[in-house]
Design a protein around this ligand. Structure first.
Ligand code: SAH
Length: 258
């Protein structure tokens, strides 16, 4: 081997070592890729509960346990997996979103659910909120979704994850779910511009109704209503942002949503 060939081989080896070093440094600088990494997801979920759910004042231990248990990453689209445990809503297609984790926890707590009670959710969406309710382990969960494809996907997902007892229906939740009424609690995860009378009618005496009400595409007010002696006691819980409730006699129809 000539002197210059050896020199060349030396340079090539040096270059390869250099490239390997650069690649290693690059890998180290990248956030760990959580895809397919259940342990990493569990860790992110625990952090989410500490940093947003507990830090912002949710105290119901059953709700906190459910938030620690339900795998939110199984409810988001693959392209948003890396944001599954961030405290904001994420798109689920059809112009809809999976709600922000803190709001899910807070609304669940507001329902003050007791063992054996029946709860109705309007707006199944991804099925995440329904899974949280089912994970409590002591309530019967009913959920209605107006968009057929989302209703189907949520059903498939909830069954696959083992939430087999959740009762699901595709339909217009403005009218509640009359056949299964009355309910101890109702939560609405899309915002109508007025309180739908059928939901009030399907609420038991002593029942709780948690619902955002306001104009579509703007802030709404989150309300908690409690039925006492046939009348509603109203509690204003402040500003929230939800996708609009369609159907019923709302001015917006599902096909108007991109
Ligand atoms: N609870 C959901 C959040 C979904 S966003 C989750 O945890 O992922 C609100 C959902 O309400 C959307 O899926 C939307 O299609 C649905 N929705 C809107 N109007 C509705 C109506 N009239 N009846 C039933 N569902 C409705």
């Amino acid at each position: 081997m000539g002197k210059s060939t050896r020199k060349w081989i030396g340079w090539v080896i040096l270059a390869l070592v250099g490239l390997a070093g650069l690649y290693w440094a690059y890998r180290k600088s990248q956030p760990a890729n959580p895809i397919g990494d259940e342990e990493k997801f569990t860790q992110l979920r625990m952090e989410m509960v500490e940093q947003t759910i507990l830090a912002r004042g949710v105290t119901n231990p059953d709700v906190i346990d459910a938030m620690r248990t339900v795998p939110r990453h199984a409810f988001v689209s693959p392209e948003y997996l890396d944001q599954a445990y961030e405290d904001h809503p994420l798109p689920i297609g059809y112009g809809q979103t999976i709600s922000q984790p803190y709001i899910v926890a807070w609304m669940t707590e507001l329902l003050e659910l007791k063992a054996g009670e029946k709860v109705l959710e309007i707006g199944t969406g991804s099925g995440y909120q329904a899974a949280i309710l089912a994970q409590l382990g002591y309530v019967e969960v009913y959920s209605v979704e107006i968009i057929p494809a989302l209703a189907e996907q949520a059903e498939e997902r909830l069954r696959r994850l083992g939430y087999k007892k959740v009762h699901l229906k595709q339909g217009d939740g403005y009218y509640g779910w009359q056949e299964q009424a009355p309910y101890d609690a109702i939560l609405v995860t899309a915002a109508p511009d007025h309180l739908p009378p059928p939901l009030v009618a399907q609420l038991k005496e002593g029942g709780r109704l948690v619902i955002p009400i306001g104009p579509p595409g703007s802030y709404q007010t989150l309300w908690k209503f409690v039925k006492q002696n046939g009348k509603l006691k109203a509690y204003d819980l402040g500003g929230v942002i939800f996708v609009p409730l369609t159907g019923g006699n709302q001015s917006i129809s599902p096909s108007a949503i991109p």
